[in-house]
Design a protein around this ligand. Structure first.
Ligand code: ATP
Length: 368
């Protein structure tokens, strides 16, 4: 089922009539395609959970509409929306067995929808097999690992065959190894069931690896929506460019003169079509090539071996961060004893932004 969020705004009134109202989400529109996994990505407090809560009906939008398929569900109660929810803290009932936790949502079914015990067992066994916990059904939640508890929560969310699955930071309570494993599991389960899924996270790597599409947001506003690779390769603005990628994009003060880009005194790139102005320059770590005669000069700090590639850590006065991180092929190793390291830049990995607003400035082929 496709889901459309149409100009959603959520304003929380001042608590007890004191202080300011909080606009948690502003004029937020996007369409979640049927059967896809979409990650809502942004820093803490940017409005991700508020959007999820509006989609499932726990919060009503101040303005705007929510459409499931062809139905406007903006005023529909949560229990009638057909949405499965998975939370960061699993929210399992500690006194109930795994089995009873999983079938809990079926207890609310009434009239013709009411299921017999055998039908419930059949459904529970099917979802338990899907999330691979069939041998744990008689245990209590405290007898399970964090990853297993999250699988129970996912099984419970899936048992009523939801039209939409919402996951709010589902991996945050897991250790690094389990996080990786569970995120692959979530991807597999989502593919197998084909259920449209919204996944909230502040971890860009998690969002990039798990989702079909990502929505990058900040301060309640949508900054970019697209396939992970597209958003990484073609960021709409400086915020998006900085939020995606590990190591992070390197950011420099620069200027354009006569369609040439300067960082300090170094003329580092041709930027056809850009008028003379001050710019912020973003260079991805893979945007540098080592060349003893290269035009962009930095002070060599150290070289870190990463296997096939090496990471050259250097310094430059115009860089926003204390060090510049570049990743280059290990065959092209600079002399470790030299003070200066010189690079050329790959145009496709260099992005220009307005020095004031952070809006993207396109150059050369990007303009076409
Ligand atoms: P996190 O990643 O930390 O969970 P988030 O991106 O999910 O953050 P939200 O929880 O949606 O962010 O909160 C967005 C903004 O709305 C924050 O400034 C928060 O303080 C505010 N907010 C959330 N719920 C309420 C509420 N019930 N009353 C007032 N303000 C609220």
């Amino acid at each position: 089922m496709k889901v459309v969020l149409d100009k959603l705004t959520k304003v929380f009134p001042p608590r007890g009539g004191k202080g300011d109202a909080v606009t948690a989400v502003k004029d937020f529109s996007f369409e979640i395609p049927d059967g896809k996994l979409v990650a809502l990505l942004g820093p803490s407090g940017c409005g991700k959970s508020t959007i999820l809560n509006m989609i499932c009906g726990l919060e009503r939008p101040t303005e705007g509409k929510i459409i499931f398929g062809e139905d406007d569900v903006t005023q529909v109660n949560p229990e009638l929306r057909g949405v499965g929810m998975v939370f960061q803290n699993y929210a399992l009932y500690p006194h109930m067995s795994v089995y009873n936790n999983i079938i809990f949502p079926l207890g609310n079914l009434k009239g013709e929808e009411k299921l017999t015990k055998e039908q419930m067992r059949e459904k529970a066994e099917k979802v338990a097999a899907l999330v691979q916990i069939e041998n744990l059904l008689e245990r209590k939640p405290k007898e399970l690992s964090g990853g297993q508890q999250q699988r129970v929560a996912i099984a419970r969310a899936l048992i009523k065959t939801p039209r939409l699955l919402l996951m709010d930071e589902p991996l945050s309570n897991l250790d690094a190894r389990l996080r990786l494993q569970t995120r692959e599991e979530i991807r597999r389960i989502q593919r197998e069931t084909g259920v449209t899924t919204v996944f909230v996270t502040h971890d860009q790597e998690e969002a990039m690896s798990i989702s079909d599409m990502i929505v990058v947001m900040k301060d309640g506003e949508l900054h970019q929506f697209g396939k992970p690779q597209e958003v990484y390769d073609d960021p709409a603005n400086l915020f998006v460019a900085k939020f995606l990628g590990t190591p992070a994009i390197n950011v420099f003060e620069g200027s354009v003169k006569g369609e040439k880009l300067y960082i300090g005194d170094d003329c580092v790139l041709d930027v056809p079509g850009v008028k003379d102005c001050d710019v912020t320059v973003g260079i991805r770590p893979e945007g540098f090539t080592y060349d003893a005669n290269g035009s962009f000069k930095c002070k060599l700090d150290r070289i870190e071996v990463m296997g096939r590639d090496i990471s050259i850590v250097s310094k430059n006065d115009k860089c926003e961060a204390p060090v510049v991180r570049s990743i280059i092929d290990s065959d092209m190793r600079p002399d470790e004893d030299s003070d200066i390291v010189s690079f050329n830049l790959r145009p496709g990995k260099v992005h220009l932004f307005d020095a004031g607003t952070g809006a993207r400035i396109r150059f050369g082929k990007e303009n076409k």
